[in-house]
Design a binder for this molecule. Structure first.
Ligand code: GAL
Length: 366
């Protein structure tokens, strides 16, 4: 396959496989894939959690750096002190569901709770912690996972895939597809942590961010949306014009205090239903630019507030608080508990329907 190299990671994994609820037998099939393009850009992916482990891109002088937080082997993902979804696909429902409870067609479901009283990023053994089936495709890899009826409390056997491809325009294309045999909810996203100076650098507070969204969904102290929409005008959340992330991150603002910092959902100002630019991240020193295009209605900007400087990645450098950020395209957190309300697009997938959504991370320099 052109531009796709395969590396078997199984040996490294078996050695460190100590987590109680992980099936050791699964790990014989852990693999790593390296995608490269004609510009020398290199992306590494493993089928453990459908995880992007590395993204190497040039700065404006042509110097390469790895701009994604990650580890070299799957056992490090399994055994990390804090498993913060680094680079993984999160789901079946990305972000939070209040008290892990929701209903579909009048039937109540209770999910595993793993974030205080709430459900976060798919639960105790979400999609970031399972081994996906891998198949190489042209310029990429297709990862598939069958989430069983009842897994983490979700209804329906969900057949899900994400196809990662790398283009010669320095785009990582992420195409998600899913079907179910029972009405369920789906909201998957990629959870890569970026630092455009290179992973393990100091904070991202000097990065300049623009988000094409004029409303957020404000949260309570547990980071669950209140159900309201807030206009960003005159608030720390106004990123409609490019703004340095550090400018308002410690503002005296109740929402910022809840973060603490940015950990919020922006409703995108969309023109239609196709791929549109959601956010642009720029790092002035290196000149690196990341543009996020998506078909999704919203984006979560998480400023790495929970990183604590107690983890080191593949380069051996420490990941300090706010030394990386995530831009997670999605439906709003807890959407299922606002099903049918104005401004809350449905997250229900029914038998016979297809979940089909694409997000692109595009890299350039200026
Ligand atoms: C983000 C979420 C944060 C935190 C983080 C993982 O997506 O918005 O609140 O849970 O993932 O530490």
């Amino acid at each position: 396959m052109k531009n796709v190299a395969l590396l078997i990671l199984a040996g490294a994994v078996l050695a460190g496989c100590t987590t109680g609820n992980v099936k050791v037998s699964d790990f014989s099939s852990v693999k790593g894939y390296t995608l490269t393009n004609k510009n020398g850009m290199e992306v590494k992916i493993t089928n453990y959690g459908a995880t992007i482990t590395s993204i190497i891109v040039p700065d404006r002088e042509g110097n390469m750096a790895d701009v994604a937080l990650g580890y070299d082997s799957a056992d490090q993902y399994v055994n990390a002190l804090v498993r913060d979804y680094f680079g993984a696909v999160v789901g079946r429902y990305g972000n939070r569901i209040a008290e892990g409870k929701f209903s579909i067609d009048g039937k109540e479901y209770t999910l595993a709770t793993n974030n205080g009283e709430n459900h976060l990023h798919g639960g105790l053994m979400g999609f970031d912690k399972v081994v996906w089936t891998a198949q190489t495709v042209e310029n990429g890899v297709k990862l598939s996972y069958l989430a069983k009826d009842g897994e983490e409390g979700y209804p329906g056997n969900l057949m899900l895939s994400v196809t990662y491809t790398l283009t010669d325009d320095n785009e990582i294309v992420m195409h998600y597809e899913a079907t179910t045999d029972k009405a369920t909810i789906v909201n998957v996203t990629n959870h890569t942590y970026f630092n455009l100076k290179g992973e393990g650098s100091d904070t991202v507070l000097d990065h300049v961010l623009q988000i094409n969204g004029s409303k957020t969904t404000p949260v309570d102290a547990g980071l669950i949306p209140t159900g309201e929409f807030a206009d960003v005008t005159g608030t720390p959340f106004d990123f409609r014009q490019p703004k340095v992330i550090g400018k308002d991150i410690n503002a005296n603002d109740q929402q910022i205090k809840y973060g603490p910092g940015y950990d919020h959902n922006w409703v995108l100002d969309r023109k239609g239903g196709g791929l549109e630019l959601a956010a642009t991240l720029y790092e002035p020193k290196s000149g690196r630019v990341l543009e996020v295009f998506t078909e999704e209605p919203c984006i979560q900007f998480y400023s790495g507030n929970f990183l604590q400087g107690n983890l080191t990645g593949k380069s051996g450098r420490v990941w300090n608080r706010r030394s990386a950020l995530c831009l997670e395209t999605q439906h709003a957190p807890d959407s299922i508990n606002h099903e049918g309300e104005a401004g809350w697009p449905s997250v229900i997938l029914r038998p016979g329907e297809k979940y089909d959504t694409t997000t692109i991370y595009k890299f350039s320099v200026k």
